[in-house]
Every structure is written in structure tokens, then in C-alpha cells.
Design a protein around this ligand. Structure first.
Ligand SMILES: Cc1cc2nc3c(=O)[nH]c(=O)nc-3n(C[C@H](O)[C@H](O)[C@H](O)COP(=O)(O)OP(=O)(O)OC[C@H]3O[C@@H](n4cnc5c(N)ncnc54)[C@H](O)[C@@H]3O)c2cc1C
Length: 334
């Protein structure tokens, strides 16, 4: 089988890349494992400016489909801070169910004619000159292609396969998240509390009769219990932990390949930017791909430059925020 563009992953980075490619006349093949429906997964929160990106891919529906609650302020150590203070957007943000959000985007990819292959990318195929020329899936499918976008998230398919060099911008962070159930039923209760701790932080979000908590600690200091204020409630679902050390691969663009979203870089969720960065980088990679006139091997040098500058700016922004909050122990000293 041959496809002019292969996209690895079923998250927001992959879908955004696929939708823009489809709108521009390409027919991408998207490879991802079938998702299990887990409805009591901890919520994620998106800033209002996500709408601008969804408009670019003509797909505003996932916010309605996945919305569990909205917020217009964040309470930081007890002090209410309206969203408009951060981003100059006088609006409200969204607490979303990520399964429903991702699923909506994937359905849209299917509706617009994208090829879907369920499974995992297993290894790259190389041509005689040693260049990436295709992908082999764990179900034995072989797809030859002119270009691959890797949106495999923190599983970081290309980084591992090609042993790419990683750069680190923070100490080792672990982020834990879980949910507790609350009753009586909340009626439009707006709770988005961010609390600093000596060497970390936690936030608590209320939506759909639950509190979601998300907690950042230095590696080695994590415990998987909810914050003290939630210990009296009944836990629902699973607690998950993930390495969220700020990091990026040095090379994000190789001949025939670009890395987008978490497959390219990770920054902890206090930046509030994970899904935003995933969608934006998927869009940026496809935008450069579409400008390229030559045949393979294509290399997206402008995309890589853009991503490096973007990531550096995000790290600086978050480091300044941590300094304002007295969280210097979370920053690298040199
Ligand atoms: C605890 C926690 C809380 C967070 N909270 C927020 C938040 O509130 N707001 C926010 O914006 N961000 C948040 N984030 C970050 C956000 O989840 C990620 O940045 C975002 O999901 C990245 O999107 P992505 O498309 O790059 O990767 P993902 O969403 O991880 O998607 C990767 C996809 O690739 C697939 N895949 C993996 N390997 C392969 C393979 N070999 N072959 C085929 N498919 C493969 C996976 O199955 C998945 O479908 C949080 C993260 C954590 C850990």
C-alpha cells in the first residue's frame, strides 16, 4: 500500500494534522490503536484560545461533545484570578473529557475521507539510500509513503526508534492525576484551585459530580494519594502518573519525517498548553509540507525552527510563573 502522507497517533496532534491535510487535498493514512472508552478519566482543562485553532481545521464540535464544565477564573493559593488576566481573552475555558474530545476529531477525519488503520506503528522502513520510506505496523501492514508525521505522544515512537538525542529543561517531574466523586450534585459550581506546595503544586477542578486533582512533584517525592482536602471523598477510576520533565528532541525534522505534539516535546500541565501545542504543531507541520514543491526526501526546516523558538518561549513563560509563585526549587539552576 502507498499513501502520500502517514500520520502516527490518534490524539489531537494527529487529528489536527490529518484534518488540515484533508482540507488541502491530501489523503493521509492515520495509524492508531483503537481507544478504550473510559468515561471516568480525569478531566483536562483548555484555555478559551483553543477555539481559534479548532476553527483553522474547521472543527469546533469537539468542545461541545466533550465539555464537562467551564471556568472563568483560576483560584491561585486562594486568590481568584480571571482568565482574561493571562491571555487577554475575556471568555471562559473548558474542562473536557479527553476520550470524547479525541474521538470527535477522529470521527471527523474519517468523515472527510482519511484512511484509518487501527494498530501501532512498529518500525520504520528504509530505502536503499537509508532514508525513511515507510512504516510497518504491529499487525503486519506495510505502508510506503513520501512523508510521515509522528504524533505518537509520550510513547515517542520516532525518538525511541531512531534513538534521537533529548534535551532537558527542568528537573525530573512526575505528574499524578485522579478523581473523587462528590455529592450532592454540583450545579454549575466553578472550582479551579491551584495550590503551591514546598516542591510542587496541585490543582483541583470540579466537573460532572467529581473533583479531578492533578499534582506535580519532583521525582522520588511523589505519592499517589489525592491532596489532603479530597481525602474524605470516594476515589473513582484509576490514579495515573506520568513523567512530565520538560524535554524536547534536538531534531524534530528529518528527511521524510516530522515530530509533533508530545512526540516532539513535553512541558508540565501548569503551562495549560499540552493540547494547544499538539494541535498547533500538527497544523504547522502540515502547513510547511504543503509549501514544499520538491519530491522526497522532504525536510521541514522552518517547522523545526518555529518549534524550537516556541518551546523555548513556553519554558521561559512557565519558569517565570513558577518564580512569581515562589517555586524556584522546581527550576534548574544553571
Ligand atoms: C496528568 C496530566 C494532565 C494533563 N492536563 C492537561 C490539561 O489540563 N490541559 C492540556 O492542554 N494538556 C494537559 N496535559 C497534556 C496533554 O495530555 C498532552 O500534551 C496531549 O495529549 C498531547 O497530545 P498528542 O496528540 O501529542 O499526544 P496524545 O494525546 O498522547 O496522543 C498520542 C496518540 O498516539 C497513539 N500512539 C502511541 N504510540 C503509537 C504507535 N506506535 N503507533 C500508533 N499510534 C500510537 C496513542 O494511542 C494516542 O492515540 C496533561 C497531561 C497529563 C499527563
Amino acid at each position: 500500500m502507498h499513501s502520500n502522507l502517514v500520520i502516527i497517533g490518534g490524539g489531537p496532534a494527529a487529528s489536527a494534522a490529518a484534518l488540515l491535510a484533508l482540507d488541502s487535498g491530501l489523503t493521509p493514512t492515520v495509524i492508531y490503536p483503537k481507544k478504550k472508552q473510559i468515561d471516568n478519566k480525569p478531566f483536562q482543562s483548555l484555555y478559551p484560545d483553543i477555539i481559534k485553532l479548532l476553527k483553522l481545521i474547521r472543527c469546533e464540535g469537539p468542545l461541545d461533545a466533550s465539555k464537562c464544565g467551564r471556568y472563568s477564573f483560576i483560584s491561585i493559593n486562594g486568590q481568584k484570578t480571571p482568565l482574561s488576566n493571562y491571555k487577554e481573552i475575556p471568555d471562559v475555558g473548558y474542562h473536557i473529557n479527553r476520550y470524547r474530545f479525541d474521538q470527535f476529531l477522529l470521527e471527523e477525519v474519517k468523515k472527510r475521507g482519511g484512511n484509518i488503520i487501527h494498530g501501532n506503528a512498529h518500525h520504520f522502513i528504509f530505502d536503499k539510500a537509508g532514508r525513511i520510506s515507510g512504516i510497518f505496523t504491529d499487525e503486519g501492514k506495510e505502508i510506503a509513503t513520501d512523508f510521515i508525521i509522528d504524533a505518537s505522544g509520550v510513547r515517542r515512537f520516532s525518538g525511541k526508534q531512531l534513538k534521537l538525542e533529548e534535551q532537558y529543561f527542568s528537573p525530573e517531574f512526575i505528574v499524578t492525576t485522579g478523581q473523587v466523586s462528590i455529592s450532592p450534585v454540583l450545579q454549575e459550581e466553578q472550582i479551579f484551585e491551584f495550590h503551591t506546595e514546598e516542591k510542587g503544586w496541585h490543582w483541583i477542578v470540579a466537573a460532572e459530580n467529581t473533583y479531578t486533582w492533578t499534582k506535580l512533584t519532583l521525582k522520588g517525592q511523589q505519592n499517589s494519594r489525592p491532596p489532603n482536602s479530597l481525602e474524605k471523598y470516594k476515589m473513582v477510576g484509576q490514579i495515573t502518573a506520568q513523567n512530565m520533565t520538560w524535554r524536547k528532541f534536538r531534531n524534530l525534522s528529518l528527511p521524510g519525517l516530522a515530530l509533533v505534539g508530545d512526540a516532539a516535546c513535553v512541558i508540565d500541565p501548569a503551562s495549560g498548553q499540552g493540547v494547544h501545542t499538539a494541535i498547533l504543531s500538527g497544523i504547522k507541520a502540515v502547513q510547511e509540507l504543503l509549501c514544499k514543491k520538491s519530491k522526497s526526501p522532504l525536510i521541514l526546516t522552518d517547522y523545526e525552527k518555529w518549534f524550537n523558538a516556541y518551546f523555548e518561549a513556553k519554558c521561559k513563560e512557565l519558569a517565570n510563573y513558577y518564580k512569581q509563585l515562589g517555586l524556584e526549587p522546581l527550576l534548574l539552576t544553571d
